[in-house]
Design a protein around this ligand. Structure first.
Ligand SMILES: NC(=O)c1ccc[n+]([C@@H]2O[C@H](COP(=O)([O-])OP(=O)(O)OC[C@H]3O[C@@H](n4cnc5c(N)ncnc54)[C@H](OP(=O)(O)O)[C@@H]3O)[C@@H](O)[C@H]2O)c1
Length: 332
């Protein structure tokens, strides 16, 4: 089987297509014949050895796949060969075959294609956990989403709207903002690239306050970090919840903690991967629900770019260059 391998840490252009022996499932595992693999920001970090989890070289990036079960391992009773499944796997998805834990597989409902199935697990899983379990988002609340056209951000926009919030999108270009508006945001703002001057930071805070009728954000979803975080935190509503999701802009921000005191607000960490490992039953009940919502047309994950396995590096490059809209997939 073919796989796109990261053999030395570095840019995506250094990855190489290789021929590997077919995979065998261990106990509790299945081998999936991969049809599509969703691309996520951790792939960008992992191939450069910048992610919190290390993968021993060589490895195929790709942390979420959809396809058909080829073989089941010992003790697997919930799946059989031929089942259509999607799964979070951390690495190994840029390949014709991938190994997944059976208990991390979700059945793909009829009518949902593999490209969509491969692109909802991480983004929608993370954002649903963030908005429901960590922020306790309520209908009618103002939800401000930074990076609103990216993978997790765009899922947060769509889910926030479905959960009844008034969603305000923040993005780095007008095109991205317009894209987020087609996914459920009622309003939004464009922010400048980092580094932000003090004046630009104040303008960003003021704009969020203006767009929330002077009240500030009840919930703020932040997958970007860096210079965007402090001005966004300054624009929180009384007793709001600030969701720390990621640092795609590069820097892990340090914020003056008196802001949390003054706003009576929570600064809430979100770590979907660990939440899933600690409570797999709840996480997979959520994924089943999200898959159902997609089948019913209530959620519409936006797959905007597709790359063949031979060009999988270009998919990562798109995220790295901040050019992706919604989800990018690699298809086998
Ligand atoms: N906490 C969790 O459980 C969890 C789970 C999944 C992902 N994450 C994290 O969430 C973040 C986003 O992941 P994703 O998969 O949604 O990535 P993505 O699709 O590439 O989206 C990232 C967004 O970040 C913004 N961004 C700002 N500065 C950037 C830069 N220098 N390079 C690239 N993007 C930049 C971009 O929007 P603008 O151009 O509009 O700013 C982009 O749309 C990552 O930090 C990832 O590690 C966290």
């Amino acid at each position: 089987m073919k796989a796109m391998l990261c053999e030395t840490y570095g840019p995506p252009e250094t990855m190489r297509l290789a021929e590997l022996p077919p995979l065998k499932p261990g106990p509790g595992q299945v081998v999936i014949s991969v049809k599509a693999c969703g691309v996520n920001f951790p792939d960008v970090l992992m191939i450069q050895d910048k992610y919190q989890f290390k993968s021993a070289l060589p490895f195929a990036p790709g942390g979420e796949v959809a396809g058909i079960v080829k073989e089941t391992g010992e003790g697997v009773h919930t799946l059989k060969a031929g089942d259509r499944v999607a799964a979070a796997i951390r690495t190994g998805g840029f390949a014709e075959e991938a190994v997944a834990e059976a208990q991390r597989c979700v059945h793909i409902p009829k009518g949902v294609d593999c490209e969509v199935a491969a692109s909802f697990i991480v983004a929608y899983g993370t954002s649903y956990h963030a908005l429901k379990d960590r922020a306790h988002l309520q209908p009618g609340e103002n939800l401000v989403v930074l990076g609103a056209a990216g993978g997790v951000g765009n899922a947060a926009v769509e889910l926030g709207a479905v959960m009844g919030a008034r969603v305000i999108a923040g993005a780095s270009t007008k095109e991205k903002l317009e894209f987020a508006k087609t996914c459920g945001a009622v309003d939004g703002f464009v922010y400048p690239p980092v580094p932000l001057s003090k004046d630009q930071q104040k303008a960003l805070s003021d704009e969020i306050k203006r767009l929330t009728g002077g009240e500030g954000a009840d919930v703020l979803y932040d997958p970007v970090g860096d210079d965007y975080t402090e001005p966004a935190l300054r624009a929180m509503a009384w007793q709001g919840r600030y969701l720390v999701v990621g640092f795609a802009a590069g820097g892990v921000p340090r914020v003056p903690l008196n802001l949390a005191l003054l706003k009576g607000c929570d600064i809430v960490g979100v770590f979907w991967g660990v939440a899933t490992a600690r409570n797999p039953e709840r996480a997979f009940a959520d994924l089943d629900l999200l898959a159902r919502w997609i089948a019913e047309g209530k959620l519409k994950p936006q797959v905007t770019e597709r790359f063949s396995l031979a060009h999988a590096g270009r998919a990562i490059r798109l995220l790295m260059d901040r050019k992706a809209l919604g989800k990018v997939v690699v298809t086998m």
